[in-house]
Design a protein around this ligand. Sequence first.
Ligand code: ADP
Length: 437
Amino acid sequence: MVRVNPREPDGAPVNGPVTSKSAVPPTPEAARSAGAASGMPKVTMIGGGQLARMTHQAAIALGQCLRVLAASESDPAAQVSADIVLGSHDDLDDLRRAAEGSAALTFDHEGVPLHHLRALEAEGVAVLPPSKALHFAQDKLAMRVRLAALGLPVPEFADLAGDREAARARLVEFGESHGWEIVIKAVRGGYDGRGVWLVDGADEALAVFDQYPSDAPALLAEQKVPMRRELSAMIARSPFGQGAAWPVVETIQRHGQCAVVLAPAPDLDDDVAEQAQQMALRLADELGVVGVMAMELFETVDGALVVNELAMRPHNSGHWSMDGAVTSQFEQHLRAVLDYPLGNTAPISPLTVMANILGAPEAPEMSMDERLHHLMARMPEAKVHLYGKGERRDRKIGHVNIVGREGESMESVRERAERAAQWMSHATWTDGWDVHS
Ligand code: ADP
């Protein structure tokens, strides 16, 4: 059994060295002793994606080396961390190897089976956020039920789990009572719009239901919210109980995934912004969340707030904070899981825009290196973050932050951020600019 002191100060493995399937130099063992020599705590992140990569960036500044449980050496975070454990987030033994000697075990995605996390907790691993909280970020139905019980605004919903005939009848009843203005969602496993069907009418809704594989995660139906826009309230909470909130941002989706973030959300009523922050802080407290949490919200056409979903990890809607806030979400996540005092979340400029670099239908002929070169020449103020990922249509391969200047309009900053991101993915300038003419 692995027993880990959650505050083992030197980050040294409690139960001897962790073995790794990786053979790339430096070996994880060598990296681990280097990490231990720093005397700083060891945080392990499950998942080797861009969120872990950027958390590692923040870990470096804090004198740490993030350990990453990655599926492959080519994962975005595995490329840059010296402390990689290769394995699967579905495998309890791999999770144990990754957890050994760690002050905290945390996540870059929601995919780790809850029963594995409970097993690790029983063995003394500091799983943060804890499984009892993470459950509500993994399961959209459980989240809706819990939020509704806490009196938080959620869309009306119907559970479509269980016996198929009975579930189909519930779908018809729910659809008819909402004029078929409904959305069907997989309860678990969806991300970036996968597992969400914005159906148009009864026939489409029933077709989605009838064609859905019976062995896949259960479905739910919910009311299609008549919305003005989408918002995100990003907060952090530490085990000590300290909470901190960044300004509420507006998120703009394309093809079901986040494309642009405006920080702060333009023209958002102060009271509504505060209400969103308070809801997120209160919920994090009620659920015992540790780390950062994004509460995705809809602002309805009437100006009310409805909670869409929760992410208990760094989130795309918080990337702007890397360049636009005193403390980034990645540093804050580490501070929270290590129970350090939280950092100042104040923005450093009246407005910042983040634009995702989303892969073009076909990767441009011009290399990424050359595109970056041109972008730097044209827009020296653009802060580029690349994830080391291959280019594929609509894949998140990086993002650009533009921190607005005093007196500049949101439209102007947004235009520049989107221009920079489009250049990085497509090698075309949205204003037709040509470096050679
Ligand atoms: P994911 O887990 O893939 O991010 P979401 O539940 O956030 O899925 O849904 C993806 C997008 O679908 C949302 O950002 C929003 O644009 C739209 N959407 C989801 N639920 C609703 C709803 N109830 N009403 C209207 N639009 C919705």
